[in-house]
Design a protein around this ligand. Structure first.
Ligand SMILES: Cc1cc2nc3c(=O)[nH]c(=O)nc-3n(C[C@H](O)[C@H](O)[C@H](O)COP(=O)(O)OP(=O)(O)OC[C@H]3O[C@@H](n4cnc5c(N)ncnc54)[C@H](O)[C@@H]3O)c2cc1C
Length: 396
């Protein structure tokens, strides 16, 4: 197998590196553990986004006709890899807009919807949130009950969503509603684009165990949404969502984020003492670090396999669940490992004068849910791997 890049691709890598050297704002180098820190210098973050946008590197994989960069699979990987290598802020500011709203708009949106939303997403002017999960519909998303009834030129929405990340700040929501309760459950769902300021929407933040509040419950009471805001046809919502989520799945940036974290754990283990010696000399700690390093490398190689498949024009399917599952394990293990390296100091959180690294690792320990539960739990990934990759019999 040849993992090398062509001279053109290497020239592109050099271009990215030169851009980073010229434009990356100072103090932007925070990995996902410290996203909060990265948000402290907002003007620099916006300037960085403008510079990226001018290069067409925001929405780099989107077609040029809609304002994207039309980057090839290899170029996308190189861009993401080089950015993640130096811990640059993410490519674009509208996270969900770029991850799945934009791709869904490109495939299913009307020209008017594309015209209205794609530019603001690329420029980072609009934040989107995602109204899929409900109290009784998460892993089994197609069981959702939030309903919309057509009334003239509008849909009238009633019901509840939960775990809606960024709902407190987002201006728009991509929302799944049930429009046909009689149809088979996957076919009675419709996708609507909803301004969050619409009367009848109530957002109640949910406090997380790490002290933050990044997601919320969202209630809809007779919320009128113009039918012109429907994305795709009535009853096509499941298809729109499935396609949209498929754009979420590359692991190169994740691998680099985890490599940085591993380096930070090694550094911690050099500084902390365990049984009178630096923790890095402890056999049990060394073994756990080595296991994590092996898993990150497995993720990297799997990522290369995915890219190879894409380069051959083959669709990516269930195999991306492998990296999602590995990442979930590493997310949980890295917080626990850091706590064990810290020994008795591991019980001290941020604000304690004796907390190691200002309680950074305690925060990591409590911050795994987005990576572990968001986008599908480990049990669901295991089901996918068992049934679709290993061909094991379907349960029930
Ligand atoms: C940080 C975070 C951010 C999120 N952001 C959003 C968002 O912006 N928008 C949004 O719509 N949702 C969001 N979610 C919700 C997320 O998509 C759901 O939590 C997830 O799909 C799981 O659904 P659930 O919470 O209802 O758990 P459930 O589906 O009820 O699962 C509970 C447990 O049962 C297990 N289980 C369920 N079904 C099976 C099965 N068939 N086989 C084996 N085990 C099973 C699960 O693995 C889990 O352990 C977010 C979640 C988190 C943690």
């Amino acid at each position: 197998m040849d993992f090398g890049f062509s001279p053109e691709e290497e020239a592109f890598r050099a271009e990215v590196r030169a851009f980073i050297a010229d434009h990356l704002p100072q103090r932007s180098g925070q990995d996902q553990m410290d996203a909060e820190e990265g948000m402290k210098n907002l003007p620099a973050l916006y300037k960085w986004n403008q510079d990226l946008h001018a290069k067409r590197w925001v929405g780099f994989n989107w077609p040029r006709e809609v304002g994207g960069g039309g980057g090839t699979i290899s170029e996308q990987m190189i861009l993401k890899e080089e950015m993640a290598r130096v811990k640059a802020p993410m490519l674009g500011l509208s996270y969900m807009g770029l991850a799945w709203v934009g791709p869904a708009l490109i495939k299913y949106g009307t020209p008017a919807q594309q015209e209205r939303h794609i530019g603001p997403i690329l420029r980072g002017e609009i934040q989107w949130c995602t109204g899929y999960s409900e109290p009784g519909a998460g892993s089994d998303l197609a069981a959702l009950q939030c309903k919309a009834v057509r009334d003239g030129d509008d849909y009238v929405v009633n019901g509840q969503k939960i775990w809606t990340s960024l709902a407190m700040w987002a201006q728009w929501m991509i929302l799944l509603v049930r429009t046909d309760p009689q149809a088979p459950k996957h076919l009675g769902i419709t996708c609507l684009l909803v301004p969050m300021q619409t009367p009848g929407i109530t957002v109640k933040p949910i406090k997380e165990m790490n002290g933050g509040a990044m997601f919320a419950e969202v209630f809809f009471e007779d919320v009128r949404v113009p039918a012109a805001n429907r994305l795709g046809a009535e009853g096509q919502g499941w298809e729109v969502t499935k396609d949209a989520l498929a754009n979420e799945r590359s692991s190169i940036a994740d691998v680099w984020a985890l490599k940085h974290r591993l380096e930070a754990i090694r550094d911690l283990a050099r500084r902390c003492r365990r049984r009178g010696r630096p923790a890095i000399e402890d056999a049990a700690i060394r073994q756990r670090i080595a296991r994590m390093e092996t898993q990150v490398e497995a993720m990297r190689l799997n990522g290369l396999r995915f890219v190879t498949k894409q380069l051959r024009g083959e669709p990516l399917g269930a195999e991306t669940s492998i990296n999602k599952l590995i990442r979930a394990r590493i997310e949980i293990e890295s917080g626990r490992l850091a706590r064990d390296i810290e020994g008795s100091f591991g019980a001290l959180a941020r604000k304690s004068p004796h907390a190691v690294d200002d309680g950074r690792w305690q925060k990591v320990m409590l911050s795994w849910p987005p990576f572990v539960i968001g986008g599908g739990t480990p049990n669901i990934q295991k089901n996918v791997i068992a049934e679709r990759l290993l061909g094991l019999p379907h349960d029930g």
